[in-house]
Design a protein around this ligand. Structure first.
Ligand code: MG
Length: 259
């Protein structure tokens, strides 16, 4: 083997072994559906992921559905430009473009883009199927498969409103970070089930502020959505929550910077 190849091999090995969670930004800022608002980008577009990366957010959240023919795509609503995702084929969905000219991203495209950097984590939301719980679990399993196929585990944390989908991910990848969104489970229940943390609506967290400490004492993480007001940001920063999910990442950075 040439000296050059040996050098290259050594560099690759050292990059792989030194790749750790420490490389991601640590600022608690999670861009909700990417960073789209300030720049007028479509939510959940590849461009909104790029913008979250450019802003150096700790994470960029995105929503995942499964098409009628089993392809994983990134979109918030159950419908994409008036086409119901779960009953449309991938080809049908790709026939229409987002306002910025992008097509609806596949999860594969989205993850591959996110894996070109190591500052911003990819917060993958598994959307509960409107057809059946079984389909939510199938989507969860396919998400885990896709992440494994791309070796994207270090980049991806999962969140979901579907308790069954969350349990499915934990079952298939016990090391995966999975947070629950729906708000009704106590920290102790989530810990018992193997969750990484909770990711609850700000209203829930204001009603049960004791859950923050309870969760953190159990080693769970606390994420709160969707936090767009400075006073709520301030309060959550005072409570030392782990993550704040916002449509206004610029405002959250500014708020953190002034403290
Ligand atoms: Mg979401």
């Amino acid at each position: 083997m040439s000296r050059f190849l040996l050098c290259l091999l050594a560099l690759t090995v050292s990059f792989t072994s030194s790749f750790s969670q420490e490389m991601f930004h640590k600022n608690s800022v999670i861009a909700h559906r990417g960073a789209w608002k300030a720049q007028g980008l479509p939510q959940n577009s590849l461009a909104s992921l790029d913008e979250a990366v450019r802003l150096k957010c700790e994470g960029s959240e995105f929503d995942v559905w499964m098409t009628a023919d089993g392809i994983l795509v990134v979109n918030h609503d159950a419908e994409y430009l008036e086409m119901p995702i779960e009953t449309s084929t991938f080809k049908e969905l790709r026939s229409k473009k987002l306002p910025n000219g992008e097509k609806i991203p596949t999860v594969k495209e989205y993850l591959k883009k996110g894996m070109k950097q190591t500052g911003t984590k990819l917060i993958l939301e598994i959307k509960p199927s409107k057809i059946s719980v079984e389909r939510s679990k199938e989507l969860a399993a396919k998400c885990v498969d896709q992440v494994k196929e791309l070796k994207a585990e270090k980049w991806v944390d999962y969140i979901t409103f579907s308790y069954d989908a969350g349990i499915k991910v934990i079952e298939l990848d016990p090391k995966a970070n999975v947070a629950y969104l729906n708000g009704e489970k106590s920290p102790a229940e989530l810990k018992e089930a193997g969750f990484f943390g909770f990711d609850y609506n700000i209203r829930v967290v204001k009603e049960k502020p004791q859950w923050i400490k309870e969760a953190q004492d159990l080693g769970l993480t606390v994420n709160v959505w969707t936090v767009n007001k400075v006073e709520d940001m301030q309060w959550l920063l005072d409570q030392k929550v782990d993550f704040i999910t916002t449509d206004e990442p610029e405002l959250l950075f500014e708020t953190i910077g002034k403290r």
